[in-house]
Write a protein that binds this ligand. Structure first.
Ligand code: ADP
Ligand code: MG
Length: 297
């Protein structure tokens, strides 16, 4: 096991930020830690990395207790904190070499990491001159320097533009091939894009822990459709295999089916038979989305 969290509770004064958290993450997993703002994601990550103490419970990283064997445990962790603290006046390479010297890492290896995270062209710039996306790469490079087994990334894509987002996601996927990764996000789509397992947290409690492949396989089919005219529900229910139908907006319907058969053509047939035109039609991964909604509201 790479990460074992046992009965962890954290109080900030009176407030329970974490309420008896238990989870284990195996070597090689990329786990998305999903939850709304204030759910307790950063708090748990600070505890796993040894930057915050627990009120109760224990954490093991690669078998080492984060409190009693802190140095051994931290050697195995790369951490990108939520508010990635960088020395803005330092140059990229200088900053990373400075970090590397703490771990007694050779300069040659620093160059390798710089290349790996795609920072070669920016290596001679001041950190203050970098875009947010490149600053995140510097943070990621710093987290990777000592070749840790476990990576803890706290909202690594927050504040990035769409292109940077894709790049950082790909980078996480890439490094995730050889490491155990736990990354937090409040964006559902992010989890689908990067990981194979999702842990959902809400109000300090884990409310779901699912394998993404299973989640997708058990998914009920949901089609969002917009017709050119308003349709009464009494007609809609004639569409075969329909499990539920909701008229979300004027001529918009969300149709859920309990079949694996692709129902898009049946919806099209229905429209045709009733003299309607389809203005838009999309299928959705309702499962993670509905799971998130039901469990966090
Ligand atoms: P998330 O990362 O999921 O947004 P956090 O772990 O940052 O959530 O916060 C969980 C809860 O704990 C929030 O209600 C937050 O306001 C509170 N909290 C976080 N840090 C502190 C702190 N240092 N002192 C008091 N309350 C805190
Ligand atoms: Mg946070």
């Amino acid at each position: 096991m790479s990460i074992e969290v046992k009965n962890v509770t954290k109080l900030y004064g009176e407030q329970k930020a974490l309420d008896v958290i238990n989870l284990t993450i195996k070597k090689g997993e990329i786990v998305g830690f999903l939850g709304p703002n204030g759910a307790g994601k950063s708090t748990l990550m600070k505890i796993i990395t040894g930057y915050l103490s627990t009120s109760e419970g224990t954490v093991l990283v690669s078998g080492f207790d984060i409190i009693t064997q802190k140095i051994e445990a931290q050697k195995r962790i790369g951490y990108l904190p939520e508010h990635n603290p960088l020395y803005l006046e330092m140059y990229v390479k200088e900053y990373l070499q400075f970090n590397a010297s703490i771990y007694k890492i050779a300069k040659k290896e620093v160059d390798e990491i710089i290349a790996k995270v795609g920072l070669t062209s920016e290596a001679h710039k001041k950190i203050s001159q970098l875009s947010k996306g490149y600053r995140q790469r510097v943070g990621l490079a710093a987290a990777l320097l000592h070749n840790p087994e476990v990576l803890i990334l706290d909202e690594p894509t927050t504040g990035l533009d769409p292109n940077q987002l894709v790049e950082i996601r790909n980078l996480i996927k890439e490094v995730g091939k050889e490491k155990t990764v736990l990354f937090s996000t409040h964006i559902m789509q992010e989890v689908e894009a990067i990981c194979n397992r999702v842990i959902l947290i809400n109000k300090g409690k884990i409310v779901a822990d699912r394998n993404l492949k299973e989640l997708n396989e058990n998914q009920k089919q949901v089609i969002e459709v917009e017709f050119d005219f308003k349709v009464e529900k009494q007609f809609i229910v004639a569409i075969p295999h329909l499990k539920s139908a909701s008229n979300t907006f004027n001529t918009h319907w969300v149709l859920a089916f309990d079949t694996t058969e692709d129902m898009r053509s049946k919806v099209f047939d229905f429209a045709h038979e009733n003299g309607l035109k389809i203005l838009s039609l999309t299928t959705k991964n309702q499962n993670l989305e509905s799971l998130f909604r039901t469990l966090t509201t």
